[in-house]
Write a protein that binds this ligand. Sequence first.
Ligand code: PHE
Length: 339
Amino acid sequence: MKKRIEAVNKELDCFSPSNNDEIEQFRISMLGKKGQITALLNDFRDVPPSDKKEIGQLINILKNRTIELIENSKISYKNISPKSESIDLSLQQEFIELGSRHPISLVKNELFTIFQKLGFSLSEGPEIEDDWHVFSALNFPKEHPARDMQDTFFIEKNPDILLRTHTSSVQVRTMETQKLPIRVICPGRVFRNEAISARAHCIFHQVEGLYIDKGVSFADLKQTLLFFSRELFGPDTNIRLRPSFFPFTEPSAEMDVSCKLCGGKGCSVCKHTGWLEILGCGMVDPTVLELNGIDSKVYSGYAFGMGLERIAMLKYGVKDLRLYFENDIRFLNIFKNYL
Ligand code: PHE
């Protein structure tokens, strides 16, 4: 009898239920009709009178211990049960880690917000393109170096199918499909066959803009870019336009913004010039309008294009382009506080 009591006590020592069903099963196995403690109580009749006092006490202790254990298990299980309404303030809080937005997405969203204020809408197009949309419709001469194998990734040696090298291809698609006037910004990934380093990458992101209407002038372009630069980099920002060349714009320019870090005085970021180059722009070449079925005697337009990695670099001080593509959690965590 004593051995049986000891065995049950050992079972109680090991009892650690993880749900209500297990507690109930345990109760039945101990105190149910065929339970071990019920059996001990039944067999108590056959205990010799001399041992009755001692065994009786042991069985009583065992029974009370069992009942207490079952009750306590129910309470502690309740505390961790999600269905429970009672709150255990001593339990440690598990925080859900919030993710962060990628710096390129942050910049892209900011640009959308700025250009939305000026009435621009969003236009997107495919990454795998044809020669017409990336080059020919944009007035690139057949021998232009940008078509060269060194710059362009061609798909399966087919010179007509390629990865777009700029999102100007979306502007062509927009001219094909949308009614005039057109006022769009075109964000997207672009690809160029460059060796990967801290300052160059074979994938990057652009946002290009296109506005075509009657009487659009270079002054409109300049004012739009000034507004955009001040919204993005702050109200004290100045811009300057330097003459440049693109096959699809005439005249063409490159735009610099005054260096935010040194206030235009000159520092290592702006290479002591006080200016930072951020985009290319110009008036849409009349040939491009005609190639896309738009009467260049009635309509005129401007276009601009910029690299998002460069803007993110200036805003967040990211000096190595490769960081944008490596998905290193330590880098991404830096942007947790930006939304
Ligand atoms: N498409 C040009 C580039 O990729 C940028 C640009 C766009 C320049 C529009 C002028 C006008 O470099």
